[in-house]
Write a protein that binds this ligand. Structure first.
Ligand code: SF4
Length: 178
């Protein structure tokens, strides 16, 4: 039987959700029998091709994040968002209390330890969006695995449900890290 193809992306994030995925340890070997990882930060394949399941970690904080989310959505049948940043904006959305200019000025110029600070500017650095957004404000999302990060147990449950053709709804005991 053909393996289920899976692609993952990380947007504005700390990569902790992908680390929690890798914490599946030996369960990854069993999953590898039925699932093939294509483009992900883990394989370092960067171009999305058509897959069954797309998984996004991280919030949408700049135009590049928006492009990646739309690209993966266009290439997957089911899109799952992983972690509080992707589900709700998470810790990144704390900056939504301030203007973009205030955040950049505070970070690069006004912090007590900064001398001769300067806000970086380069065509290689995508500009911040005015507001940090959860993924579902940019593309349609089919299922949610909250947590910061979600436990590997929760990720395993969600993936197993998807691989068996069901949309996962996490039991409440899997909503916290243990
Ligand atoms: S949800 Fe938590 S662990 Fe996951 S990317 Fe955001 S800050 Fe990191």
């Amino acid at each position: 039987m053909a393996k289920v193809k899976v692609a993952t992306a990380w947007l504005d994030c700390c990569s902790g959700c992908h680390m929690s995925f890798l914490d599946l340890d030996e369960a990854l070997i069993d999953l590898a029998d039925v699932m093939e990882l294509t483009a992900t930060p883990i394989t370092d394949i960067k171009e999305f091709s058509s897959v069954d399941i797309g998984i996004i970690e991280g919030s949408v904080s700049n135009p590049h994040d928006e492009e990646v989310a739309k690209d993966l959505r266009a290439n997957c049948k089911i899109l799952m968002v992983l972690g509080d940043c992707a589900c709700f904006g998470g810790i990144n959305s704390m900056r939504n209390l301030f203007t973009k200019e205030e955040v950049l000025r505070r970070y690069y110029i006004e912090t007590e330890s900064t001398k001769n600070g300067k806000i970086p500017s380069s065509e290689d650095i995508p500009p911040l969006l005015e507001q940090v957004k959860p993924v579902n404000q940019v593309v349609k999302v089919d299922c949610y695995v909250p947590g910061c990060p979600p436990s590997s147990k929760a990720i395993h449950y969600a993936l197993t449900e998807l691989l068996e053709g069901r949309i996962p709804v996490l039991p409440s005991e899997m909503m916290r890290f243990d």
